[in-house]
Design a protein. Structure first.
Length: 150
């Protein structure tokens, strides 16, 4: 094949350090807009972003020239720096070190978008930890409970 053709959707999830509820509803739209800009500037496309006070979900159409690790490194680093500029109460903001990432088929994109859009309703019934456990199980990702929470 003489050209590179790629279409990779990835559902990404990561939380604030120690799952502290620092992303208030008032800050969420600004943070989401800022993170959208970061992702777009890397060459990838942010299809959807959402979350609640202690974590975010991103559905990304990954650039054919970018690694997932590089995308997450720049997105978390730059959004964390921006968050800290919001005032002294935000000076200690950090994202957790790790993240979860799941491939999404073209046929499941709309389902993933609805899932991200319904985070507030979803988390009225389930914690971030339980949500992540369910997603890890659904995607058959092996993990050690001792090392996924910080």
């Amino acid at each position: 094949m003489s050209q590179t053709l790629v279409k990779l959707y990835v559902h990404l999830i990561f939380s604030t350090k120690h799952r502290l509820p620092l992303i208030s509803p008032a800050i969420q739209p600004q943070l989401h807009a800022y993170m959208t800009g970061i992702v777009q500037n890397t060459g990838s496309k942010l299809v959807r972003i959402g979350g609640v006070e202690d974590h975010v979900h991103l559905l990304v159409l990954l650039s054919k020239t970018q690694t997932l690790a590089d995308l997450l490194q720049v997105t978390k680093k730059e959004s964390s720096k921006w968050f800290k500029t919001l005032g002294p109460q935000c000076a200690e903001f950090h994202w957790q070190d790790g993240y979860a990432g799941f491939s999404v088929s073209e046929s499941a994109v709309e389902t993933c978008i609805r899932y991200i859009d319904n985070q507030k309703k979803h988390h009225a019934r389930i914690t971030f930890q339980d949500e992540l456990r369910l997603l890890l199980k659904k995607h058959k990702v092996e993990y050690d409970e001792r090392y996924i929470w910080e």
